[in-house]
Each structure stands twice: as structure tokens, then as C-alpha cells.
Design a protein around this ligand. Structure first.
Ligand code: CO
Length: 288
């Protein structure tokens, strides 16, 4: 694995707000926490949703997400633990396993299912929704299954391990790049007392979600199972995180699209007319 010297920032972002998320269920009854809800879509543009799921009780996840449609954005599913099989109406099928990512561009429309391929044990991970720019909302559907070993990893001189799912961090490029939204998606493991810095543009919207331990951003602690929205400041060229104990988190940033967002369930377009058209297309079988 690469050992890298991390950047020294001019100024770190701070935490603007801590978000607890809302316990809910989706699909055929999968229990999850909706961390990034509709109310935060403008603040965290281009990100539309973040769900965190994690349970060792099969009743919480076993029914999965049977056939359902999407249009107008991308879904990024990251499995920390467990196995999920997906199938779509274009005939694609894949198995998402521990440490792996499925990156799917719904574009003009896809119908797919996401079903756990395990009867017991821990199922834990995240699903992020990344918006598409207006000009790409009706693009051809696309997806890529990225196995754990395909995700670039590096270690800093402070023994922080970083997996780069998307974007660029301390000179290490991730698997996926997107021209319009420039997403950065990192999974970061900090040992007790370690600090970690990474750069990203001041105009990008960014947040962390801590899933083990506690990290401090400046003087603000962000505890386990909390999202910290990172403040935007013109001079802030990235973020510095410090772990008081062993901690794990995801850090996500992206360039805002600054376009209107109209969501109806699994469809995210720019206008109500486009949503109406989407529902007509779906009812008339045009997603098939
Ligand atoms: Co889906």
C-alpha cells in the first residue's frame, strides 16, 4: 500500500451543523437511517440522499429492495459488511460484497432490485444519491460493480488508512470521476490521536458521517452515527479531522449543480412537467 505525506492546509473547514438522521424503512421493510433528507438537498447539492443501514438482525434487512425504478440521478452503494445481489431490467446482475461499491447511473430510467444474499450476520453500509446535471438526466443507464480490491487505498505517515472511492485525495485518484459534480468519496480509518487532512475546493459542498468512534473538526466533536455538515468558507482549502479514539467515517464532497430539484420518490428531475412525463413513461412501460 502507498504511504503518503498528507497536505498541510491553509485553513480547515469547520462543522456548520450536526445531523442525527431519521429512522425509517424503505424497500420491502429495510430499516435504515436517512441521514441526508430532502430538506438538505439544496444545502448539500449535488447530493440528494444518504441512507445508512446497519444491523445484525435479519428482520431488519432480509426483505431487501424488490423491483423499483429510478430516473435522473446516480446511486452509489457502499457495503461495509454483507452481500447484496442486484438485478436490473437491462439484464445486468451483480453481487455487491464487503468493501465493494456499486455505482449506477439511472439516467433516463432503470428498474432494479437489491436483495441481501445472506440469511444472517451483519449488513452494514450506505447508499448515496448523486444528482445528474439537467443535460445528463436522460442519459443511457450505466453501472459499474467495483470490488473491494479495486478501490485505491493509502496510508498516511500518521497511520490513517484512506480508501478513495471517488475523486482525488492527497494525490491518490479514486475509481470514479464525474466532470460536472466532481464527487469525492473517502472512507477514512483514524487510529487514536491521529489527524488527517485532505484538500477539496472551497465552493464544493461537503459532509462527514462518522460510523465508529468520534472525530473532532476544529473544536467540534462529531460522534458516531452523526453527520457533520462542513461549512463553506472562501479561504478553506479542505478539512482536518482528529480522532480522540479509533474512528471511522466517510467524507463526501462535490460541486453544486445549482439547478432546480424536483423529486417524486425515486425520480429526481428539474421541473414538475418532467416528473409528470416520468410517471407517464413509467406507467407506459418506457423504462423497459
Ligand atoms: Co434502487
Amino acid at each position: 500500500m502507498n504511504t503518503v505525506n498528507q497536505i498541510t492546509l491553509n485553513q480547515s473547514r469547520g462543522v456548520e451543523r450536526i445531523i442525527k438522521g431519521v429512522a425509517t424503512s424503505d424497500g420491502a421493510g429495510v430499516k435504515l437511517t436517512r441521514v441526508l433528507t430532502g430538506k438538505l438537498q439544496h444545502r448539500l447539492d449535488p447530493f440528494l440522499m444518504l441512507d445508512a443501514f446497519g444491523s445484525d438482525n435479519p428482520d431488519d434487512y432480509i426483505a431487501g429492495f424488490p423491483d423499483h425504478p429510478h430516473r435522473g440521478f446516480e446511486t452509489v452503494t457502499y457495503m461495509l459488511s454483507g452481500r447484496m445481489r442486484h438485478r436490473d431490467n437491462a439484464g445486468h446482475e451483480g453481487l455487491l460484497e464487503q468493501g465493494g461499491v456499486q455505482w449506477m447511473t439511472a439516467g433516463r430510467g432503470i428498474i432494479h432490485s437489491e436483495i441481501p444474499e445472506q440469511k444472517n450476520g451483519v449488513m452494514e453500509g450506505f447508499q448515496l444519491w448523486l444528482n445528474l446535471p439537467a443535460k445528463r438526466k436522460m442519459a443511457e443507464p450505466w453501472y459499474r460493480d467495483i470490488s473491494s480490491k479495486e478501490i485505491p487505498e493509502y496510508v498516511t505517515t500518521e497511520n490513517v488508512t484512506v480508501r478513495v472511492i471517488a475523486g482525488m485525495s492527497n494525490g491518490v485518484a479514486g475509481v470514479v470521476t464525474r466532470e460536472e459534480t466532481e464527487p469525492m468519496y473517502l472512507d477514512i480509518h483514524l487510529p487514536t490521536g491521529a489527524s488527517f487532512s485532505t484538500a477539496f475546493p472551497a465552493l464544493h459542498n461537503a459532509f462527514i458521517y462518522v460510523y465508529r468512534g468520534t472525530v473532532e473538526v476544529g473544536d467540534t466533536p462529531v460522534e458516531s452515527h452523526r453527520m457533520g455538515i462542513l461549512s463553506n468558507a472562501p479561504q478553506a482549502d479542505g478539512v482536518t479531522l482528529t480522532a480522540t479514539g479509533d474512528a471511522r467515517l466517510i467524507l463526501i464532497a462535490g460541486r453544486p449543480l445549482n439547478e432546480p430539484i424536483v423529486q417524486y420518490g425515486p425520480f429526481v428531475m428539474n421541473t414538475q412537467e418532467e416528473i409528470n412525463q416520468t410517471m407517464d413513461d413509467f406507467r407506459n412501460g418506457h423504462f423497459a
